[in-house]
Write a protein that binds this ligand. Structure first.
Ligand SMILES: [Zn+2]
Length: 100
């Protein structure tokens, strides 16, 4: 279990090994194993609901959008991170700019 398997992990749009934790409100390392108490695994239903609802989900490892559920499951089976959220807008919203 690492942060990138968690439903609260928001990957960075370009540097997918870092992300933003929606619970702790800070930047975390995706591969890190942490016992934070918030960990919740991203369920397969999230992928299905997202594709049915939005029509696409993004593979953060292949840098491409996916439009059908079967393809998305193949990426997930390879350990890829599927998401619709990206860190840069989160950070812009949550962290005050101008530090240094
Ligand atoms: Zn992929």
């Amino acid at each position: 279990m690492s942060c990138r398997d968690c439903t609260y992990y928001v990957p960075h749009a370009l540097y997918r090994y870092i992300g933003f934790c929606e619970k702790e409100r800070r930047v975390v390392i995706g591969e890190e194993y942490r016992k934070c108490g918030y960990f919740e695994i991203n369920p397969d239903s999230y992928i299905k609901d997202t594709i049915e609802g939005r029509g696409w989900i993004y593979c953060a490892d292949c840098y491409m959008p996916i439009y059908d559920y079967e393809t998305a499951l193949k990426h997930k089976a390879m350990g890829h991170l599927l998401t619709t959220k990206f860190m840069f807008d989160q950070v812009a919203a949550e962290e005050s700019p101008g530090v240094d």
